[in-house]
Design a protein. Structure first.
Length: 236
């Protein structure tokens, strides 16, 4: 095993956020400090598998020892254990996994890979909105029933649940409908919907399935009516 010492200037106060992160942006610190670190060809294993830590540009980032403590690049570690890494420059904070009070655009987090003919996405980046119970929504899905309405997701076995708001879209025919949830081709859940009710928030267990299908059907023939989904959150 090789041992070598290098001197390198690091920003104090964010040693564990700057040096460890490698790929995350560095924000001005209150002071600077020169430290001595030791590189000892440290190897990183996750569940027995050897991991080569790399930064966001694909460059290898070598762990090191400073003052008796071994420092690892947190972005590489986060990716190795399946957790996203977020750097908050306002608070000089690093988050592994969920960021408190952060709103996630579920349409960018995981978009459907296929839509039914009478199913449409409404995206904020295009200025598209729809209204449910007098409240405006965007970044969602609108189903026009009784047409063949469905969306398909490739979950890749990564998610435990999906939570979203669902309700009747204003100024369309009012009638009952049902949302059928299929996991890997099997019916897992049916949600009965009342067109006169306020939008409701529901959570669908995904059980780390590979494929999700959301299918909307009219319970009776009430003409063209719309139901919308928005504010979705995929949980790992």
């Amino acid at each position: 095993m090789r041992t070598k010492e290098r001197f390198q200037g690091f920003v104090a106060g964010i040693i564990t956020a700057c040096v460890l992160l490698a790929a995350l942006p560095v924000i001005a610190a209150t002071f600077e400090k020169t430290i001595t670190v030791t590189y000892k060809d440290i190897k990183l294993y996750v569940d027995g598998d050897l991991i080569t830590p790399k930064d966001g540009s694909g460059n290898v980032v070598e762990p090191f020892v400073y003052d008796g403590t071994t420092y690892l690049p947190v972005r590489a570690v986060g990716e190795a254990i399946g957790k996203p890494v977020t750097w908050d420059s306002n608070t000089n904070s690093v988050y592994l996994g969920t960021v408190p009070n952060l709103t996630t655009n579920w349409m960018k987090q995981l978009a459907p890979y296929e839509y039914g003919h009478w199913t449409n996405a409404y995206l904020s980046e295009k200025g598209e909105t729809f209204v449910m119970a007098g409240k405006t929504y965007t970044d969602g899905i609108v189903f026009l029933v009784p047409g063949p309405c469905f969306i398909l997701y490739n979950l890749d076995g990564q998610y435990s649940s999906l939570t979203f708001d669902i309700g009747h879209v204003d100024e369309t025919y009012i009638g009952p409908a049902e949302l059928n949830v299929y996991l890997d081709g099997n019916l897992a859940q049916t949600v009965e919907l009342d067109g006169n009710a306020l939008p409701q928030t529901i959570t669908v267990p995904l059980n780390y399935a590979s494929q999700l299908k959301l299918e909307m059907k009219a319970s009776a023939n009430y003409g063209s009516q719309k139901y919308g989904l928005s504010n979705g959150i995929f949980e790992k």
